[in-house]
Design a protein around this ligand. Sequence first.
Ligand SMILES: Nc1ncnc2c1ncn2[C@@H]1O[C@H](COP(=O)(O)OP(=O)(O)OP(=O)(O)O)[C@@H](O)[C@H]1O
Ligand SMILES: Nc1ncnc2c1ncn2[C@@H]1O[C@H](COP(=O)(O)OP(=O)(O)OP(=O)(O)O)[C@@H](O)[C@H]1O
Ligand SMILES: [Mg+2]
Ligand SMILES: [Mg+2]
Lengths: 251, 251
Amino acid sequence: HIPRLACLNHKGGVGKTTCSVNLAAGLARLGWRVLAVDADPQAHLTASLGLVAADLDGLAGVLDGRLTLAQAVADLGQLHLLPGSAALAATETRLAGAAVGSHKLASALDTLPGVDIVIIDCPPHLGPLTRQVLAAATGVLVPMTPDFLAMQSLAWLMETLAELSGTSGGPDVVGVVLNRYSAQKRLHREVRELVRQHFPGTAFATAIRENIALAEAPSFGQDIFRYAPRSAGAADFTALCRELAVRLGQP
Amino acid sequence: HIPRLACLNHKGGVGKTTCSVNLAAGLARLGWRVLAVDADPQAHLTASLGLVAADLDGLAGVLDGRLTLAQAVADLGQLHLLPGSAALAATETRLAGAAVGSHKLASALDTLPGVDIVIIDCPPHLGPLTRQVLAAATGVLVPMTPDFLAMQSLAWLMETLAELSGTSGGPDVVGVVLNRYSAQKRLHREVRELVRQHFPGTAFATAIRENIALAEAPSFGQDIFRYAPRSAGAADFTALCRELAVRLGQP
Ligand SMILES: Nc1ncnc2c1ncn2[C@@H]1O[C@H](COP(=O)(O)OP(=O)(O)OP(=O)(O)O)[C@@H](O)[C@H]1O
Ligand SMILES: Nc1ncnc2c1ncn2[C@@H]1O[C@H](COP(=O)(O)OP(=O)(O)OP(=O)(O)O)[C@@H](O)[C@H]1O
Ligand SMILES: [Mg+2]
Ligand SMILES: [Mg+2]
């Protein structure tokens, strides 16, 4: 089965979207055929790739039964995107009232050939939308910032994922991505060390450093490699993509 | 009616919790009798004030009818806290299925005398919990980081709040707090200017600068004034508290 990775963390602003867009683009540059999925009503992955979410039905249309996956997917040349939109908020409300155990996203993803990997951006909330994603995902990437509150959230998240993985065959944690890391900050070094101690083997060796180019790129609708190919952000995500490929057994 | 301010933004990691704890502590230092409310299942405001959320029923107990407000509130000396806890997640699920229009938090807050202001920390999600908060709040503070994706979220949030305020007497926007601001970064200066243009009069003159002390303080369970009284973070929040007091008509 091809890898379907959810960028997941209920802690806000840790870099789920930044990792989703730049891992998707970076893997595409390494030759992978990538499908990026925007599962957030904020539609920030969609905006980061230069599309206007308000014009697109996307994932909401698929989950609501209006569109097939093939109809909803946008071909962006370097990769394909299943867009997010504000309509996903209503979808989530409907899913909350519906029967548990629906695998709508999982079944839809089965219908698309010619894809080597799926990268799914999630909202900062473990609700019905994220549960659809978890039912479809083979693995989870956990971006986090190297600070105390993110560490608090990580503990709860890893416990929750372990339960899901154990009892109902949920996705494995493929890795933890330390984002906005600054080696000069003692707090960052300490949190990085705590992650190594408490969750050994999860953190990628590559940490993504703080780099303003990563915050500027979305305003141009570009991934970091297009926007600032010689930036620290581009270098870090290139290294992270290579490390991820090794972990997926396809270096 | 005393001010009840929700620190609200569905964009994650913009500083809702950081603003909640330091505005609460800062106003307390100016002589206000403060009730801080942690409406987030992550319970980060609670942790930032040095309490272990797992030991406390708090807001979840009040919303579920197990506790009165007086029983649930913790007296921390400088201020009072209605704690958050993971139990709030189950509460939110229950509220989602319940009839619309419940004002449980609003009624509970009415029962506590001796309070000059209520500061409410919200999760990064506009769901049933946040709607309880909005039904109880007189005003909204919107922390945001000065970047493109936060600006995207702000536009949607301001529109949503304007609808609520217009049609159903929802809370007014008291102000937008620019957080993690760095005057050296062109992106930050541009976003600050965009906020001024599109939402004139909303942004506080005081921007909270990036300051590692603000990220370290929660790990010691202390507000910034206790943890690092001479830091940029303490100086900025002191100025912000004074500006907020003026906006509330009580300088
Ligand atoms: N390494 C970095 N260096 C500089 N800026 C960054 C970095 N990573 C993320 N950012 C910026 O920080 C903000 C938050 O990141 P992002 O939106 O990717 O987090 P998120 O986890 O997807 O947030 P949410 O919980 O709201 O979905 C964005 O404006 C982004 O551009
Ligand atoms: N001005 C600042 N300088 C340095 N660090 C900051 C600043 N503001 C917030 N932080 C840190 O950034 C992280 C995110 O901030 P915070 O948790 O307050 O945001 P939030 O909006 O409450 O997040 P969530 O959406 O998850 O509730 C925290 O680790 C916090 O300590
Ligand atoms: Mg995001
Ligand atoms: Mg918070």
